[in-house]
Structure formats: structure tokens, C-alpha cells
Design a protein around this ligand. Structure first.
Ligand code: P70
Length: 461
């Protein structure tokens, strides 16, 4: 018999989680104004809200925590982090920040001004938020294939080079301070960008003298997909692939809470000394001195170690296989999910799950609430609530895809949990025609509303 696939680690510490009753959940979700972010974690059995900062650190990362150097300036932890970043990404300069959006804030303060245009592949919401907060515009140049959830296309995170060239041609160069390539592309389903595409973006950008930055939260997962799917990379190591990926960028912003497997942290990687110096001023202003930038020494140590572990093939194989295990179970049971499966999550296509349901009543949010009621599972809406209102018109933006993201934390749950999640979703699918009541907004914030929005049920139709 062939030996089956199994995890590349074993468990040394456990945390108890509790199942609740449906009656309890009915009360809790109402109290939370039907916003899953408002639930207490104790009210959740399996938490798939995010893979951000929710991973399990390794024994080696925990030992690194003990070695943290908490000196304000010049700590050994800073140099450890610098070395890991240089070795793995190749960027000579770096600035630590407390998380990914802080890296965006610092970098964009140095680069973006009002009226600018920032093309990219479906910018992540905090990235878009930071662009629009500066009264600049994020233009989505993702390939059309990404918006068809059933199409089997290996690199749905790719930028459409024609769309990109059109944007670059129709605006003066001074108005385009950078192109942002998100690897993997979270908003289009954790989908990878191919090496060929990164190279093509670099070539187009070079023709116009425009910078390219990678939003790199899940860069290692992207590298894993390149190794698996792209011709010419099968025999390359993940680290070799990562180095080549970053060779096509001028810099990166990083939310280390994802592929560096830490609970908090981020950084900016850069090649250009002048830009590093300009960004350093904002780093000091917003984050802290440039040798810690909002992170403690112990956290920088754990991050450095996490970068090595996060780019290890065996770890990545375990992780991506677990996500695919859940995806395959759902797909086999007829549940409409984004295909091929993404790196960090399975995205359920809510419009196809509930085809009779009006998008104006927040179809993806409705499905996310149903899944919580069914099994105490907390997913997250990636749909109209997240898409926010158009800052110019104040109208709801209805994205092409209404998704519920089932985000898998790193090294946290077992495949028994995956089976439970699949069973709960299958139950919801079986009673889908009875799901008739959506939501309307009671209260919302002017930007990034999904975190705090309050909802109420609409009347029965
Ligand atoms: C997620 C979290 C964060 C993120 C990202 C990319 C590609 C930058 C950032 C910002 C955010 C989230 C979403 C829903 C629920 C909880 C949290 N992504 N770029 O889960 O990084 O969070 O460190 O500031 O995905 O996808 P940071």
C-alpha cells in the first residue's frame, strides 16, 4: 500500500475549544448585530475568520522569543530579522512595522499623493483603504478568468498585461507612483500570480519607469503554487522561487501574520536607499524607531524564524494540502467553491449557493451567518460589505464575486475539523431554498466598514 500523505509536524500544546448549541448561537449572533467580527472568540467553535496572526508558532519560534533583545536601538533581534529578510527576499533595506497595513501606511505616505493612480490585481481592502484615504485611485487589472469561479485556470491572480498597459498609457507617469502586485491575490480567492506574469509586469513597468511593489502577505504560498504548476519550476526550491519572484519587484510590503507565521508583525522591504530614507521618517512618526517599528525584540526573533519555516516545502505542502482537502470535500458535495483552490482559504461562491437571493441583502454575509448558526463556524464575507461604498458616489459597490471565505489558520486545526466544517456547510446547502431573509445596514463606518458594521434582518419576503 502507498503510504498516505500526513502532516510534517506533531502537536506539543493544545487549546480547548467548545461547541455551543444553535439556540445559544441565535442569541449571540443577534447581540453581535449579525457581524461575525463582533462575536467573542468563546462563542466560536472553529474560527475561520482569518489566517492572519492566528497560526501556531513552532517550538523553535517560541525559543526565539526567549532570546529577544529588547534594546530600543540596534537590538540583535533587528539584525536577525534583517538577515532573514535579506536571505529570503533579497531586499537590502527593510523597515519593521507592527503589521501589514502599517507597512502600507508608511510606504504610501512616502509615495502616493492625491489624484494618483495605482494599478494592481484586486488590491486588498486595507491597501485600497490606504490608497483611497489619500484620495488616490486603485485600478483593478486582474485577468477576467479570475471572476469565473468554476474555470480551471492555474494563475487566477495574474495581472492582465493589456489592461495594465492601457492604464499606464492613459495617465501621465507622474500620476502612477507604483503598481501593486498581491501575491497570492487574496481578494480573488488566494489565487497565485505566475512568475511569467511578474516578469511581464516588470517589463511593462520598466518601459514607463514605474515602480513595482509586491503585497507579499502570502508570498511563500504563491511560490509553492509556482513550483507545482508553472513549467520550469518543478525542480527549483521554494527559496529559489521566492528570490526570483522578488527580483521583479522594487520592494514589498509584508503582513508577517500570514506567511511568517507570527501573531503580530510586518515590514517593508526595499532596494532603493533614497526611498528607504524617505520612508524611514514616516516609520519613526507612525511606528517607532527604525530598528523596531512597532515590534518587540522577541517578536522580531520569532518572525525571522517564521520566515524560514514559512518557506519550507514540507510545511507548505502540509498547509496547502489541508486547504485543498476541505475544498475537495465541498466540491465533491456540489458546493460552489472557487476553483482551483486558493492557498489560504476556500471561497464559497454565495451567488451560486443562493441563486434566488438578492445581492442588495448581502448574500455572502447571509451565508456566513447561516454557517455560524449551523455549526459555530466563523467564516468571513468577501462581498458587498467588504467592497464598501464608492468614495465618490457614496453608493454600495457590488463586486462581481460574493464570497464566504473559510480561512484556514496555519498549523492549528486537524482534518477532523475540516470534516466538521464540510458537514456543516453541506447541511446549509441542503436547506438553501429555505434561506430567505437577508440583512440591511443599521450602522456603518465611513471606511473599512465591514469590521464594525451593524446589521438587522430584513422583513420576510
Ligand atoms: C486577511 C487579513 C490582511 C492583508 C492581506 C494582504 C494581501 C495586506 C493585509 C493587511 C485581514 C483580515 C480580513 C478579514 C478578517 C480579518 C482580517 N489580510 N495585504 O485575513 O495586513 O492585517 O497585517 O494589517 O491579506 O486576509 P495586516
Amino acid at each position: 500500500m502507498d503510504l498516505p500523505f500526513s502532516e510534517s509536524y506533531k502537536i506539543k500544546m493544545v487549546e480547548n475549544i467548545h461547541r455551543s448549541s444553535r439556540q445559544e448561537r441565535e442569541v449571540w449572533i443577534k447581540e453581535a448585530s449579525y457581524n461575525l467580527f463582533n462575536l467573542k472568540s468563546s462563542q466560536v467553535y472553529i474560527d475561520l475568520l482569518t489566517d492572519s496572526g492566528t497560526g501556531a508558532m513552532s517550538d523553535k519560534q517560541w525559543s526565539e522569543m526567549m532570546l529577544g533583545d529588547e534594546s530600543y536601538a540596534g537590538a540583535s533581534s533587528y539584525y536577525k530579522m534583517k538577515k532573514a529578510i535579506q536571505e529570503i527576499t533579497g531586499f537590502e533595506y527593510f523597515l519593521p512595522t507592527h503589521q501589514g497595513r502599517a507597512a502600507e501606511n508608511v510606504l504610501f505616505s512616502a509615495l502616493i499623493k492625491e489624484g494618483d493612480i495605482i494599478p494592481g490585481n484586486t488590491h486588498f481592502d486595507t491597501t485600497k483603504g490606504h490608497i483611497e484615504f489619500r484620495r488616490a485611485h486603485a485600478i483593478d487589472c486582474t485577468i477576467d478568468e479570475a471572476f469565473n469561479t468554476t474555470l480551471d485556470y492555474p494563475f487566477k491572480g495574474n495581472i492582465d498585461i493589456d489592461k495594465l498597459e492601457k492604464v499606464l498609457k492613459s495617465h501621465p507617469k507622474e500620476k502612477i507612483p507604483l503598481i501593486v502586485v498581491t501575491v497570492t491575490c487574496n481578494s480573488s480567492g488566494g489565487q497565485p500570480v505566475s512568475m511569467a506574469n511578474m516578469k511581464a509586469v516588470r517589463e511593462v513597468a520598466d518601459k514607463c519607469g514605474i515602480r513595482v511593489f509586491f503585497d507579499s502577505a502570502r508570498f511563500a504560498e504563491n511560490a509553492y503554487f509556482i513550483k507545482l504548476k508553472e513549467k520550469g519550476f518543478t525542480d527549483k526550491s521554494i527559496r529559489e522561487i521566492v528570490r526570483e519572484m522578488f527580483s521583479y519587484a522594487d520592494g514589498m510590503t509584508m503582513s508577517s501574520k500570514k506567511d511568517a507565521i507570527v501573531n503580530m508583525g510586518g515590514f517593508i522591504g526595499l532596494r532603493d536607499k533614497e526611498l528607504f530614507e524617505k520612508a524611514s521618517t514616516f516609520n519613526i512618526l507612525f511606528e517607532g524607531f527604525i530598528s523596531y517599528g512597532g515590534m518587540s525584540g522577541r517578536d522580531m526573533n520569532a518572525l525571522a524564524q517564521g520566515l524560514y519555516e514559512g518557506t519550507d516545502f514540507n510545511y507548505l505542502e502540509t498547509r496547502i494540502n489541508q486547504v485543498a482537502y476541505l475544498g475537495q470535500k465541498l466540491k465533491d458535495n456540489g458546493i460552489p467553491v472557487q476553483y482551483p483552490f486558493g492557498g489560504h482559504a476556500i471561497y464559497v461562491d454565495a451567488k451560486r449557493f443562493l441563486p434566488h437571493f438578492p445581492v442588495e441583502e448581502y448574500v455572502a454575509q447571509t451565508l456566513a451567518v447561516e454557517l455560524y448558526l449551523e455549526g459555530g463556524i466563523r467564516g468571513v464575507e468577501i462581498g458587498t460589505l467588504l467592497a464598501d461604498r464608492d468614495p465618490d458616489t457614496g453608493k454600495n459597490r457590488f463586486p462581481e464575486l460574493e464570497l464566504v471565505r473559510l480561512t484556514i489558520p496555519r498549523r492549528v486545526y486537524t482534518n477532523n475539523h475540516m470534516d466538521y466544517i464540510a458537514a456543516a456547510l453541506i447541511n446549509v446547502y441542503e436547506r438553501r431554498s429555505d434561506i430567505k431573509r437577508g440583512f440591511k445596514i443599521k450602522k456603518e463606518a465611513p471606511i473599512l466598514r465591514h469590521f464594525t458594521v451593524e446589521l438587522e434582518r430584513v422583513k420576510q419576503r
